[in-house]
Design a binder for this molecule. Structure first.
Ligand SMILES: NC(=O)c1ccc[n+]([C@@H]2O[C@H](COP(=O)([O-])OP(=O)(O)OC[C@H]3O[C@@H](n4cnc5c(N)ncnc54)[C@H](OP(=O)(O)O)[C@@H]3O)[C@@H](O)[C@H]2O)c1
Length: 330
C-alpha cells in the first residue's frame, strides 16, 4: 500500500496555467520513455511515487508512448489500480493523439474520427473515465483546423477531457487554434512545445503569443533528452538513453560541438552551486509564461535532484548573459 509523503505540497511550486483555474507543478513527469515493456514495473512505480512524493501532480502520456505503442498507458492503468485510485482527484493526467498510432488512414493526424477513437482507446487502457488534458499532438496539414478544434471542443463537452491542449504547433497555427477554440467556448488551456537551452525556437514568437492570449505553456524535453546533463561528457554510459534506447536519441548526435557547449554550461552551473540538469530546468522556467517543465526520468534520484530547483537562487543578469552567449540561436 502506497502512503504518499505527507509534506509533498510544501515541496513544490505551482504556477497558474494561463488564465485558467488550474495550477501545475513547475516540474511535470512525462511517460514517453521508461514506461513501456523494456522497463521493470517496479522502476516505473518508483518513478511515479517519487514524483508525487515531491509534489509533482501532473503525469503526461500519449496514445503511442511505449514501446510498443499504447504500453505506457496500459502500464499506467495498472499503476492507477495499485497506487493512484485514491489520489485521482490530486492528479492532472494528460494524453494526446496525432502521431502514428494504428494502421490505415484513421490512426494518425487530426480528424474527428482519429481523435475521438484514440481518446476512447486511451481511456480504456488507463482505466479512466476522463483525462484532465487531451492534446492534439501535432498540426495536421490536411484536416481543416476547424474540424480538429471542433473535435477538441466536443470532447470537453462529452466529459472525456476537462481541458484541451495543442502540441508542436508553430505560432501562426497556434494563433488560429486559440481563436477557433475561443469562438467555440472552450478556451485552449495549454500549448506543449519543445524548449531547452539548446532549442530556443519558442522565443521567436510563440511565448509572446501565449503570454498575450493567457494560454499556459509546458516545455517538453527541457533537458534535451538528457543531453543537458553531464552524463555524456566522458562517453556514452550503458544505462543512458543514448546507450540503451537510441530510438529517438542517436549516439551520433552526441557530437564534440555539443559536448563543448555542455561543458561550458556546466561551468556556469558549477559556479551557481547546482548541477547542469538543475540549471537547465531553472532556466526554462525563468519566465513565468512557462507554466511547467516536462521532464523524463529513468531513475528516481534524477527526479529528486531536479526538484531541488524549487529552492534554487534566481539567475543574475550576468549568469543569463553568459548562458545566452553559449545558447542563443541554437
Ligand atoms: N509533445 C511532444 O511531441 C513530446 C515529444 C517528446 C517528449 N514529450 C514529453 O516530454 C517528456 C519529457 O521528454 P524527455 O524524456 O525527452 O525529457 P528530458 O527531461 O529532456 O530528458 C529526460 C531524460 O534525461 C535524463 N535525466 C533526467 N534528469 C536527469 C538528471 N538529474 N541527471 C541526469 N540525467 C537526467 C534521463 O535520461 P537517461 O535515460 O539517460 O537517464 C531522462 O529520461 C516526455 O515523457 C513526454 O511526456 C512530448
Amino acid at each position: 500500500m502506497y502512503h504518499p509523503e505527507a509534506s509533498r505540497y510544501t515541496q513544490m511550486i505551482y504556477r497558474r496555467c494561463g488564465a485558467s483555474g488550474i495550477k501545475l507543478p513547475i516540474l511535470s513527469l512525462g511517460l514517453w520513455h521508461n514506461f513501456g515493456d523494456i522497463t521493470p514495473f517496479g522502476v516505473q512505480q518508483q518513478l511515479l511515487r517519487t514524483a508525487f512524493d515531491h509534489g509533482i501532480t501532473h503525469f503526461d502520456l500519449a496514445n503511442n508512448y511505449g514501446p510498443p505503442y499504447g504500453e505506457a498507458e496500459r502500464n499506467f492503468g495498472i499503476h492507477m489500480q495499485r497506487d493512484w485510485r485514491p489520489h485521482r482527484d490530486e492528479l492532472i493526467i494528460s494524453t494526446k493523439a496525432g502521431y502514428d498510432m494504428w494502421p490505415g488512414p484513421y490512426g494518425n493526424f487530426g480528424s474527428r474520427k482519429t481523435l475521438i477513437a484514440s481518446l476512447d482507446q486511451s481511456l480504456k487502457r488507463m482505466g479512466l473515465d476522463y483525462v484532465d488534458i487531451f492534446y492534439h499532438h501535432r498540426p495536421d496539414p490536411e484536416t481543416p483546423i476547424e474540424e480538429t478544434m471542433g473535435t477538441l471542443d466536443a470532447i470537453v463537452r462529452s466529459g472525456k477531457a476537462l481541458y484541451v491542449g495543442i502540441s508542436n504547433y508553430q505560432s501562426p497555427q497556434a494563433a488560429v487554434a486559440i481563436a477557433t477554440l475561443k469562438a467555440l467556448g472552450t478556451p485552449l488551456l495549454i500549448h506543449q512545445p519543445s524548449y531547452s537551452l539548446l532549442n530556443r525556437w519558442v522565443e521567436g514568437g510563440l511565448t509572446q503569443l501565449l503570454r498575450e492570449e493567457r494560454v499556459g505553456c509546458i516545455a517538453f524535453a527541457p533537458l534535451q533528452n538528457g543531453k543537458l546533463t553531464t552524463k555524456y561528457l566522458h562517453g556514452i554510459p550503458a544505462d543512458s538513453r543514448a546507450g540503451h534506447d537510441p530510438r529517438y536519441l542517436k549516439p551520433e548526435s552526441i557530437t564534440p560541438e555539443l559536448l563543448d557547449t555542455v561543458s561550458r554550461l556546466n561551468d556556469i552551473a558549477h559556479d551557481r552551486g547546482q548541477s547542469l540538469a538543475e540549471m537547465a530546468l531553472q532556466w526554462v522556467l525563468r519566465d513565468e509564461v512557462i507554466t511547467s517543465a516536462l521532464i523524463g526520468a529513468s531513475k528516481p534520484e534524477q527526479i529528486v535532484e531536479n526538484c531541488k530547483i524549487v529552492s534554487a537562487a534566481p539567475f543574475t543578469q550576468e549568469e543569463l548573459d553568459r548562458i545566452d552567449a553559449l545558447t542563443r540561436k541554437k
